[in-house]
Design a protein around this ligand. Structure first.
Ligand SMILES: CCCCCCCCCCCCC/C=C/C(=O)SCCNC(=O)CCNC(=O)[C@H](O)C(C)(C)COP(=O)(O)OP(=O)(O)OC[C@H]1O[C@@H](n2cnc3c(N)ncnc32)[C@H](O)[C@@H]1OP(=O)(O)O
Ligand SMILES: Cc1cc2nc3c(=O)[nH]c(=O)nc-3n(C[C@H](O)[C@H](O)[C@H](O)COP(=O)(O)OP(=O)(O)OC[C@H]3O[C@@H](n4cnc5c(N)ncnc54)[C@H](O)[C@@H]3O)c2cc1C
Length: 672
């Protein structure tokens, strides 16, 4: 069987209702319908063509992005799309653009940190795109350390204005997307100074460019920071540099939900916590987790379809083996497939957590903010690291052809990999989680019961102190056969115990230092490992929770169960050192876990193609010859090669200048 026959044959083996799975993946029937409609709309419109991106020069590429983004906006208005539909349309256009920062950070910053009056003034302008905004926080010399920013906003009571200034080269704003060439406005983060006193970093709405001719306003120097990793990829974005030379803005352009500055320059703290200044980052980190499942599922879809189409080495009847049938391929691919689903569900949960904390904040309940910060920071870090690694693994899973731009994977990797850095470097964010965990553990003795995602620390801590033996033996006794690993309570207990024991051990080690900050710095690598264990537990537990829900559709739940256990057992295998060294499981149980994992791979194998079809991606969105829905890989790959500009002519440019003289010279030499 060849090419176009393979994937239909694979689909005929499916053991579950794919349409029902599509709805589970989308989150609801409504979400599925919106996504499906928007994906088709984009795919069927030639204006959104994207297959030439990697061949365009920077200027052409950028102009092309401007054209697409403005055309998308025109369609949004013409079709009167809802906010949800517009968001999905932009998602399927699949090209990083200034609009991501306008809608994704500028608008949320004003919503989250602006007073009602400020929102009423600025949001209507932003919603109509009469102004275009970006988020200017990071500086040339300071990114992770927000408190170290150097840009100043000094209040001048005589004029009732702030003076925004860049005192040094390192204080130049550096990186903000949309800043370089497009934004008319920015939320600029700067140190507030009133009456000679510093009051920390705050956000200010600053107009950067004239609304008439788009020229930078007086005192503002602005430009693009230059080419980034990969062809096409994130180079569609104008990440920018910006300096201020004593630029004046009215007092009411400081975002004042957290702190108000009066006309005399007095600072009045409102009742919301200072950390809300970091609120936009919490919001975006939450969306990045959802995006991780999209990027990962896309790579996995390509690698899975291609692994079914690709054959290597013989079988007895002369037909080569589909590479997806090799256990090594399954062992690399299926955990990634499982992770895509796992990240989808934890992303759904995180969205719920974020909505919940936002509602509480509106009611002046700030109690869950630290947990929301830890969860968004930790899960952003965990899912983006795993996804970036997974895209690269998918490229390798596709062999040599994965290295071709036509596979879609090089560009996907190049676009995706900065997610490990932006919105908080992943290690810096895990250290935040570690701080939160250490604080939680340190409060256990005081009788303060941990809640939410750390509730298990209370439970397991009790067990560790009072009946450690029983706990260890309990886990051991309940796993005597490979199938025992398929019990949700057992899996949860193993992950909880591992994380709790790692946290408690780290806390005990910290206690050995006279100065806790010295201890934290010295033990930071170990602390990051504990934070990872905690975040992995959250993902596993939210997947297990998902399985408790009513999931309609023939065989759908069974498939999700298989994926959930593949996700968890693969993690257990990869982090076996943690599970063994903390005494949570025995080597024998680890070996049983591996047996179970192999058995689950066999169960997923006939459903693999349908499980990636359930993502409902159009060929346009996938942007991959290897991942085509019809599996017609070779003829299309062959066709694609001829589109390369090098093949425009039989003889390359430069033949007469370089190749011909070279060959002639050798001919001449050989005759000598
Ligand atoms: C094909 C698919 C493609 C996908 C494409 C996706 C597109 C998505 C669009 C995304 C586009 C990307 C654009 C990128 C934008 C950016 O990068 S914007 C800049 C982001 N910058 C950062 O994230 C900086 C990271 N640094 C920080 O957040 C902070 O400096 C810090 C590390 C958290 C430290 O803060 P600091 O105040 O110095 O330190 P602490 O003393 O540790 O904290 C004080 C207390 O505050 C609590 N806290 C910290 N942060 C928050 C928060 N966000 N929310 C709530 N609380 C917070 C912290 O826990 C401390 O609490 P206590 O211990 O109780 O005191
Ligand atoms: C594509 C892209 C888009 C971006 N868009 C924007 C934007 O729109 N607006 C904006 O304001 N910013 C933006 N940024 C900037 C981004 O937020 C920062 O790059 C990010 O926060 C990391 O900061 P940094 O670059 O200073 O890294 P650094 O903090 O300098 O990190 C360098 C290394 O030091 C390590 N490190 C740093 N601190 C510690 C610590 N305390 N302990 C241990 N290790 C540490 C890190 O792990 C890393 O390995 C963007 C960045 C990129 C790449």
């Amino acid at each position: 069987m060849e090419g176009v026959d393979i994937l239909p044959h694979e689909r005929s083996k499916t053991q579950f209702d794919v349409d029902a799975m599509k709805i589970v993946w989308a989150g609801s029937r409504h979400a599925f319908e919106v996504s499906d409609r928007m994906a088709r709309l984009v795919a069927s419109d030639p204006a959104f063509q994207k297959d030439n991106r990697s061949r365009l020069g920077r200027k052409e590429l950028f102009k092309n992005t401007l054209r697409k983004a403005t055309y998308a906006w025109k369609r949004i208005l013409e079709l009167r799309l809802t906010e949800e539909e517009a968001g999905r349309l932009r998602f399927f256009v699949d090209e990083p653009a200034f609009t991501d920062l306008h809608w994704g950070m500028f608008v949320p910053a004003i919503k989250g940190q602006g007073t009602e009056e400020q929102q009423q003034k600025w949001l209507p302008l932003a919603y109509k795109m009469q102004i275009i905004g970006c988020y200017a926080q990071t500086e040339l010399g300071h990114g992770s350390n927000v408190q170290g920013l150097e840009t100043t906003a000094t209040f001048d009571p005589d004029k009732d204005e702030f003076v925004i200034h860049s005192p040094t080269l390192t204080s130049s704003k550096w990186w903000p997307g949309g800043l370089g060439k497009v934004s008319t406005h920015a939320v600029v983060y700067a140190r507030l100074i009133t009456n000679g006193e510093e009051h920390g970093v705050h956000g200010f709405i600053v107009q950067l460019r004239s609304l008439d001719d788009h020229m930078p306003l007086p005192g503002i120097t602005i430009g693009d920071i230059g080419m980034k990793f990969g062809n096409g990829a994130y180079n569609t974005m104008d990440n920018g540099v910006l300096t201020f030379d004593h630029v004046r803005i009215p007092r009411n352009q400081m975002l004042m939900r957290v702190l108000q500055v009066t006309s005399e320059g007095k600072c009045v703290q409102s009742n919301v916590p200072r950390q809300l200044i970091y609120g936009t980052m919490v919001f975006v980190r939450q969306t990045i987790v959802a995006d991780a499942s999209s990027a990962l599922s896309r790579a996995v879809c390509i690698a899975t379809r291609y692994s079914a189409v690709r054959r290597q080495f013989g079988s007895q009847d002369g037909v080569e083996t589909q590479v997806i049938d090799y256990k090594t391929q399954q062992n690399r691919l299926f955990p990634l497939l499982a992770s895509a689903y796992a990240f989808r569900f934890v992303g759904e949960w995180l969205k719920w957590l974020y909505t919940d904390v936002t509602q509480r904040l509106q009611a002046n309940d700030f109690s869950t903010l630290p947990e929301a910060h830890a969860c968004t920071a930790g899960l952003k870090s965990l899912t983006t690291t795993a996804t970036a690694d997974a895209i690269e693994e998918c490229r390798k899973l596709c062999g040599g052809h994965g290295y071709l731009c036509a596979s879609g994977l090089p560009e996907l990797f190049a676009v995706y990999v900065p997610a490990c850095t932006y919105e908080g470097d992943n290690v810096v964010l895990l250290l935040q989680v570690a701080r939160f965990l250490m604080k939680t553990v340190s409060q256990l003795g005081s009788g303060k019961k941990p809640i939410g995602t750390t509730a298990y620390l209370g439970r397991v801590q009790d067990l560790m102190q009072c009946r450690c033996e029983v706990q260890t033996v309990g886990i051991i006794y309940s796993i005597n056969a490979a199938e025992d690993w398929l019990k949700p309570s057992v899996m949860l207990e193993a992950f909880e115990a591992r994380s709790a024991r790692m946290c408690v051990a780290r806390a005990q080690n910290l206690g050995k230092f006279a100065n806790p900050e010295d201890g934290f710095a010295e033990l930071s690598a170990d602390l990051v490992e504990a934070a990872v264990a905690h975040c992995q537990l959250i993902v596993v537990s939210k997947f297990l929770d998902k399985l408790q829900q009513d999931i309609p559709g023939n065989g759908v739940k069974q498939q999700l169960q298989n994926l959930c256990y593949i996700y968890a057992l693969n993690l257990l295998h990869k982090h076996l050192g943690d599970f063994l060294s903390t005494g949570c499981i025995t080597p024998k149980q680890a070996s049983l876990a591996n047996d179970q994992l192999r058995s689950l791979y066999s169960q997923v194998r006939p459903n693999a193609i349908a499980l990636v079809d359930a993502f409902n991606y159009t060929d346009h969105y996938l942007g991959s010859v290897l991942g085509r829905y019809d599996g017609n890989v070779y003829p299309k790959l062959y066709e694609e090669a001829w589109k390369d500009p090098l093949n425009d002519s039989v003889l390359p440019d430069g033949y007469n200048e370089y190749i011909r003289p070279l060959l002639k010279q050798q001919l001449h030499n050989s005759r000598l």
